[in-house]
Write a protein that binds this ligand. Structure first.
Ligand code: FES
Length: 175
């Protein structure tokens, strides 16, 4: 080492790197990392999307909905249909009738919830992510982003004397 030169720290002797390339290497590695994460994200979401479509195409099982007969008018519950990873809602309407839809909002898949009548506003199904609202009779979006999308998919029910069964999904309708 000549006079005036800075002494080389011990850590740099142990971990020699070319300092002028540090940023370049870091940026390149960062971009590579981002690329890998993005690819993983796309593949993961794509797989989930295809699996969910597959599960919603039948053949459909007949599933007894646990707790259905305990619901009072204006109450609802969540169950899984047609597989054990797909949430759906069962609503006992204020009229006493049962109705059911898949719970994923048609906008960005947030869970939808049932709301009984209040302040002169009839029963509705709402999505709180972006203030979406659906017609409880048809599942058609009537407010917010779902207004321009396909309706909620309806679960077809069979109501027997002492139980309620989910038996299939209705056809996907595009408006
Ligand atoms: S996810 Fe439901 S309105 Fe956006």
């Amino acid at each position: 080492m000549s006079q005036g030169e800075k002494p080389i720290p011990k850590w740099r002797e142990d971990f020699p790197t070319e300092q002028e390339n540090d940023d370049f290497i870091t940026r390149r590695d960062f971009v590579r990392f981002l690329g890998l994460v993005s690819a993983g994200f796309v593949v993961g979401n794509g797989t989930l999307f295809v699996r969910s479509l597959w599960a919603e195409e039948g053949p459909f099982p007949e599933v007894e909905i646990s707790g259905a007969m305990d619901l009072e008018e204006g109450q609802w519950l969540v169950f899984n249909y047609p597989d054990d990873k797909t949430p759906a809602i069962l609503i006992r309407r204020e009229t006493g009738e049962f109705i059911s839809f898949l719970q994923k909002c048609t906008h960005l898949m947030c869970p939808v919830t049932y709301h009984p009548s209040e302040d002169g506003h009839g029963e509705t199904i709402r999505c709180h992510c972006h203030n979406g609202e659906f017609d409880i009779n048809t599942g058609q979006g009537i407010k917010g982003p779902p207004r321009d999308l396909r309706p909620l998919r309806q679960v077809v029910l069979r109501v027997e004397e002492d139980r309620v069964l989910a038996v299939s999904l209705n056809e996907i309708r595009f408006s």
